[in-house]
Design a protein around this ligand. Structure first.
Ligand SMILES: *Cc1c(COP(=O)(O)O)cnc(C)c1O
Length: 452
């Protein structure tokens, strides 16, 4: 007891520490309040250690690095870059799509300079926000007009609120989905004041089911991409073209929520064929909505394309102002769309680069990792993720690490700097080079070397 009392008394006071030159230097680079806070925390930890009879060095020399480390921890941004070795390309929990280099530059340029976001350089007067993004979207999708909002969830809420409030929206029972994060189609219908009319059955819905449900109160026929699940077997949904024709004949609108929405034919990459955005437009959908940061490979956004009249009604709705995107999103989106126009999406947009990456190149990297840190190279599968192409996979090569406690290994990898996210299967930790950027090889191997 006595020894503990003596040790506790030997801990320096906050005031005496503040008088030390190295602490003054810390105050200069952080702030006085932060440094005091950090000293108190560090002293409290030391006090606890003494009380629990753990060895503690109470010398200033030993305490200073602890205070410095504590300050670094306290001021580190909580949004940290990490290495995605899961092989899930559009990983919803890890920030979804990465931006192309051109989009990154555009974003930075927009951030550091005033710009003509809402200014017409010819007239010197206020201009419209969407001009260039709108032009590109029209050109790439074949639609008459376009509107960009915060994300696809808000796109859907805007469409329902502006076009179907107090009116009926007909949807197939097979498409009453939950997207994730508790976003359920029936709930958002209720929120936006639209009345849901469910037709068909879970597995089969025909155009006749929609026709039978039409009434004077029908505002929209809605198709929603199943996104994160897949129905196989005895299933049927009416083609979009039939829905659009039925809507038109009845003075209603056909809306297609594509979810991911792709401008490229996914079949080119050995994947199942996804309906493309231009196909939905060509099939006659009045409005088509999709995310900016799924298969499009751009910033988070909800993009709505379609008939000028319908987009005009959306644009005039007050929610549009509340859901609008900022200059950074426009900058990154315009740069992303340019890649499609220049036919360089697979060369420049990370999502497509990863999808298009040849298996040989991936295997080569897995072998290099294995040569550096051990482990076996095995065949496996990467997934697209982000509610795109449910169940679709791409053949890949994985670094497989055998160990007694793979969950402990993956936990150590998560604590690395930058953190590395791996997955576990059959008692092994697995790392997929497909989603690891080439410049991340070095930090990845460092993390592996100190974690294995
Ligand atoms: C992902 C998805 C959404 C939501 O899009 P966010 O951009 O995440 O808001 C809406 N509908 C479908 C069908 C989706 O797959």
């Amino acid at each position: 007891m006595k020894a503990k009392g003596a040790l506790l008394r030997r801990l320096p006071s906050v005031d005496s520490l503040l008088a030390q030159a190295p602490i003054q230097a810390l105050i200069d680079s952080y702030s006085r309040d932060l440094v005091i806070h950090s000293i108190r925390q560090t002293m409290e930890l030391a006090r606890q250690a003494i009380i629990e009879s753990r060895p503690v060095d109470t010398e200033f020399r030993a305490l200073l690095p602890l205070i410095e480390e504590n300050l670094r921890e306290m001021t580190r941004p909580s949004l940290r870059p990490l290495i995605n070795a899961t092989g899930v390309i559009i990983h919803t929990n890890l920030g979804r799509a990465l931006l192309s280099v051109a989009a990154q530059h555009a974003l930075l340029t927009a951030a550091r300079s005033y710009n003509n976001l809402e200014y017409d350089l010819d007239s010197g007067k206020r201009g419209s926000r969407l001009t260039q993004a709108g032009q590109l979207l029209r050109e790439l999708t074949g639609a008459e007009d376009a509107l960009v909002v915060n994300n696809n969830a808000s796109a859907l809420i805007l469409i329902l609120s502006a076009l179907a409030k107090d009116a009926e929206v007909i949807i197939s029972r097979g498409q009453l989905i939950e997207i994730g994060g508790g976003f359920r189609i029936p709930d958002i219908m209720r929120e936006s004041g639209a009345h849901l009319v469910e037709v068909g059955t879970t597995n089969r819905t025909r155009i006749a089911d929609f026709a039978a449900a039409l009434s004077e109160r029908t505002a929209l026929l809605l198709r929603v991409h199943a996104s994160n699940f897949k129905q196989i077997g005895f299933v049927e949904q009416p083609p979009l073209g039939e829905l659009a024709a039925l809507a038109q004949a009845h003075g209603a609108l056909a809306v297609d929520d594509l979810g991911s929405g792709t401008l490229l034919d996914t079949a080119r990459f050995g994947l199942e064929r996804e309906p493309t955005i231009p196909e939905s437009v060509a099939a006659g959908a009045d409005l088509v909505c999709f995310s900016g940061d799924k298969l499009l490979g751009g910033p988070q956004a909800g993009i709505i394309v379609g008939r000028a009249e319908a987009i005009g009604r959306l644009r005039r709705h007050p929610l549009t102002r509340a859901l609008r995107v900022d200059k950074l999103t426009y900058a990154a989106l315009i740069a992303t769309l340019q890649h499609y126009r220049l036919d360089e999406a697979t060369a420049c947009i990370p999502v497509w680069q990863m999808i298009a990456c040849p298996l040989d190149a991936i295997r080569e990297r897995a072998r290099a990792w294995s040569a550096a840190v051990g482990g076996a190279v095995i065949a496996g599968e990467s997934t697209i993720g982000g509610g795109s192409l449910p169940g679709a996979t791409l053949p890949t090569a994985l670094l497989a690490l055998d160990c007694d406690a793979p969950d402990q290994l993956t936990a150590r990898l998560r604590r690395a700097d930058p953190p590395v996210i791996a997955r576990i299967a059959d008692g092994r930790a697995l790392l997929d080079p497909r989603t690891v950027l080439p410049e991340q090889d070095e930090p990845l191997l460092k993390a592996l070397q100190s974690s294995i």
